[in-house]
Ligand binder design. Structure first.
Ligand code: HEC
Length: 142
């Protein structure tokens, strides 16, 4: 389960208050991972801009696969995974979060698949990502 933006200030306040009490309390509050963030996480782009970048990455990925540029394709997959990871921070509800999370896992999965330099498997991975784009757009794009 990801942290929703509106929960972050509350969490930050909690962490501030508990700072004096100690690390054990911090873990009870947010878990070691969120307590360990070097700075509070906040996306710098609006969803619309983030999506334009996702499209650039997706097109780059597709072109790299067509051209058999496997290393480039892997980098675009990682980029897509991280953009989707940030997109989770824009979640309106659990389903949005889940779909963005699915894009993270499909993109990371494809990055792994690309190591085999198999055009057919790469193409299937691309289709799987594209299906997640469509599912989310069907539900959330105005
Ligand atoms: C978890 C949800 C979600 C996923 C997954 C998702 N999108 Fe989006 N996308 C949105 C939403 C919401 C909008 C509408 C944003 C707005 O206009 O405020 C949008 C809009 C867009 C737009 C239009 C942006 C504009 O300038 O108006 C593009 C292009 C786009 N998405 C590309 C993609 C691509 C490519 C993928 C898959 C690689 C993808 N999206 C996956 C939620 C998602």
């Amino acid at each position: 389960m990801r942290i929703f933006p509106r929960l972050q200030s509350g969490r930050a306040l909690g962490i501030g208050l508990l700072g004096a009490i100690g690390v054990t309390s911090l873990c009870a509050l947010g878990g070691p991972q969120s307590a360990g963030l070097p700075v509070p996480f906040k996306p710098v782009l609006e969803v619309e801009q983030l999506m334009e970048d996702q499209e650039i990455a997706f097109k780059g990925l597709k072109t790299a696969i067509i051209d058999s540029k496997w290393q480039d394709a892997r980098k675009y997959s990682w980029l897509l995974a991280e953009l989707a990871n940030v997109n989770q921070q824009h979640a309106r509800d659990a389903k949005y979060s889940e779909l963005a999370g699915e894009m993270v896992s499909k993109s990371m999965e494809l990055a792994g698949t690309l190591k085999n330099k198999d055009a057919k498997a790469a193409s299937a991975g691309l289709t799987a990502i594209n299906q997640v784009c469509s599912s989310c757009h069907k539900a959330y794009r105005k």
